[in-house]
Design a protein around this ligand. Structure first.
Ligand code: SAH
Length: 218
């Protein structure tokens, strides 16, 4: 548990240890998490809790993902620095920032304008120049920019995300929470190069749902 009086460095070191102990072992992923200032992505009210290994509320009734889940999903995606990655559900932009430091280009889609604008401002603060944002329904992917080497979905899809899988390269990897209930299965689809996929169930997760269409409210 993070103690509020500890320095950010101490709190971050503790968080990295917690991630390692839960199975996030890729040094590149851990390094990027360590260097990404999570307080920048949380609401003012929750800044003191930014180094906790827990999901936290953000605007529009959404959440910034738990660092362990961010680490696990990023590791599961096996990103190469030449990859073009599609992310569905920008939210706070925290996961996006982490992807951007491991990939060549990150395309990210969000259905709330407010979240998109706030995330864009954070990318600017961090000087991230390889993130391309889009306000829209991510369930449809980003056909104009397909195919992608990697796809990460950070909202729960009710079942197999066919439109997104069709935008993956033959040997690409897609990671998504799949399920209709409050608890979903984190699933990895790895292209077999012939149009099929190897499907692996990784862990139970709790994500907000992937909703149809863009949000009417801001
Ligand atoms: N990776 C984000 C997680 C945000 S929660 C973070 O760490 O901050 C999931 C996000 O998916 C929410 O912002 C939600 O608005 C968005 N979302 C849900 N359905 C969507 C859809 N169809 N298209 C785009 N974004 C969607």
């Amino acid at each position: 548990m993070a103690e509020a009086h500890d320095t950010p460095e101490t709190q971050m070191a503790r968080l990295i240890l917690a991630l390692r102990s839960q199975g996030v072992s890729d040094p590149k992923v851990l390094n990027v998490i360590e260097k990404t200032p999570r307080p920048l992505f949380t609401q003012e009210l929750f800044k003191e809790r930014a180094f906790e290994d827990s999901a936290l509320p953000i605007a529009c009734g959404q959440t910034i993902s738990q660092p362990f889940i961010v680490g696990l999903m990023t590791q599961a995606l096996k990103i190469d620095k030449r990859d073009r990655v599609l992310e569905i559900g920008t939210g706070s932009g925290y996961q996006t920032a982490i992807l951007s430091k491991l990939a060549r280009l990150v395309y990210t889609v969000e259905r709330y304008r407010t979240l998109m604008k706030e995330a864009e401002a954070r990318f600017k603060v961090l000087g991230l120049t390889n993130v391309i944002t889009r306000f829209g329904d991510g369930g449809e992917g980003w056909p104009e920019q397909a195919p992608f080497d990697r796809i990460m979905v950070t909202a729960a899809a009710p079942d197999e995300p066919k439109a997104l899988l069709s935008q993956l390269k033959p040997n690409g990897i897609l990671v998504a929470p799949i399920g209709k209930g409050p608890v979903q299965t984190l699933r990895r689809y790895t292209g077999d190069g012939k149009g099929g996929f190897e499907v692996e169930d990784l862990i139970d997760v709790r994500f907000v749902p992937l909703l149809d269409g863009v949000a009417k409210e801001l």
